[in-house]
Design a protein around this ligand. Structure first.
Ligand code: HEM
Length: 395
């Protein structure tokens, strides 16, 4: 394993104690060409300087897209703005209430309905719902539900986790080679046989017809590759982590179940955001310094970060920083949204953040409504992603 992946593994294993020590004694820690950034304000400073701290994903994005890129792999360029703007015209915030909330509510109910007594939260619900959401809302069913989940999960691990076993990276690259022609075929069929559907592929093709730049068939395919990789394994993992956390905290579980039965989605959203602070989706995000930079300039902890340094902005540590959050070790439902960085921060803040704030609570809520919900086994993982979380429930 490389130093970079060792640092990440170390950070994840000894959380949150190691973060607390670092925030107190070495808030900006540089070891060789790597820097760990642990305090809330410093993490936000790194992530809000995209011209200094660039993303590190372009090379792998090139492999996944077959020689191109996707906007998460781009720095603050005109192409970034063009591509993200095109996709924001297509994936609209007003869809959340009009389309996404009713769709995900139904999909979550349908996923749970066939089961009685026992259920695998990951296999039957958390993975299935975002995959079916991508099928219906985006128009991308995959060759099968299992394959689209598997492809996007491996590809996420390949793109965003350093130091994977070789077989994981090889599998992901092989899946990318299947995903590209699959999406090309889907786009070609939809183009050849226009229909009245109002899904994301239809909207991409409509924008293409209007002559918008950056919307060739291949551009559309690459945008969709990035977005579905961002959408399926992430939502699945986040929802499973929340249920996993609540199952381990019976008092919170009972209170959350009351809110779920009252259809209080705003309250469930707070449980989701807070549970993910303790059972985290990921410790942080990597950046590379494209110029020398003094971080936390003017403060005693200020450090010069040299051009070329790999920087791990530890969002999870930031969300445990008592300088910014009051009683950070307490599970509280009254924290403001701006204290959470589960979906990143700054220019590359998650494209799906508003979808997530609706979809994850709706999935979690549907599971919480089950009576006498209990864990019947430990959460199983393949690499960073949960594969199974068995529960039982009664009448
Ligand atoms: C419908 C679901 C989702 C979609 C479509 C989606 C898509 C994306 C996209 C396209 C970006 C890049 C944004 C940009 O470059 O401007 C992004 C960033 C990000 N997403 Fe999501 N995502 C989804 C769900 C999630 C979930 C559930 C999580 C975590 C719990 C998450 C965490 C992040 C983070 C941390 C980043 C920032 C990465 C960085 O700055 O390096 N996403 N997402």
């Amino acid at each position: 394993m490389s130093l970079k992946s060792n640092l990440q593994a170390l950070a994840e294993k000894h959380l949150p104690f190691a973060f607390c020590l670092l925030r107190t004694f070495k808030p900006i820690l540089t070891i060789q060409q790597f820097t760990l950034v642990t305090r809330f304000t410093d993490v936000q400073e790194v992530l809000s300087r995209p011209d200094v701290f660039g993303v590190t994903y372009a090379e792998k994005m090139g492999i996944v897209t077959g020689g191109s890129n996707f906007f998460l792999g781009m720095d603050n360029t005109t192409t970034y703005t063009r591509d993200v703007s095109n996709m924001r015209i297509i994936i609209r915030r007003e869809d959340i209430d009009a389309i996404i909330v009713p769709m995900v509510t139904r999909l979550a109910q349908e996923a749970i309905a066939p089961h009685s007594g026992t259920l695998d939260v990951v296999k039957h619900v958390c993975g299935a719902v975002p995959a079916r959401f991508v099928k219906e809302y985006m128009g991308i069913p995959g060759p099968s539900e299992a394959e689209i989940i598997d492809w996007t999960t491996y590809l996420f691990q390949y793109l965003f986790f350093p130091g994977n076993p070789k077989e994981v990276d090889d599998t992901a690259i092989a899946y990318a080679a299947k995903l590209r022609p699959y999406l090309d075929g889907l786009i070609a069929v939809r183009k050849a046989q226009p229909d009245s559907k109002d899904d994301i592929i239809a909207r991409c093709l409509a924008l293409q017809r209007s002559g918008a730049p950056g919307m060739t068939d291949v551009d559309i395919r690459n945008n969709l590759i990035g977005i579905i990789i961002g959408a399926i394994p992430t939502t699945s993992k986040a929802a499973a982590l929340v249920i996993d956390y609540l199952l381990d905290h019976p008092e919170l579980l009972a209170a959350a179940q009351i809110s779920a039965r009252q259809n209080d989605i705003a309250a469930i959203r707070q449980y989701v955001l807070e549970a993910l602070r303790f059972n985290t989706f990921g410790a942080g995000v990597f950046r590379v310094a494209n110029a020398d930079y003094i971080l936390a300039s003017g403060a005693c902890r200020a450090r010069k970060i040299k051009k070329g340094t790999q920087v791990l902005a530890l969002t999870q540590s930031a969300m445990l920083d008592g300088r910014q959050l009051s009683s950070p070790k307490e599970f509280r439902l009254d924290r403001p949204l701006y204290h959470y960085m589960h979906f990143g921060y700054g220019m590359h803040t998650c494209f799906g953040q508003y979808i997530n704030l609706a979809q994850i609570p709706l999935i979690v809520s549907a599971i919480l409504k089950l009576p006498n919900l209990k864990r019947s086994g430990k959460t199983q993982y393949r690499g960073p992603f949960p594969t199974s979380l068995p529960v039982e429930f009664g009448s």
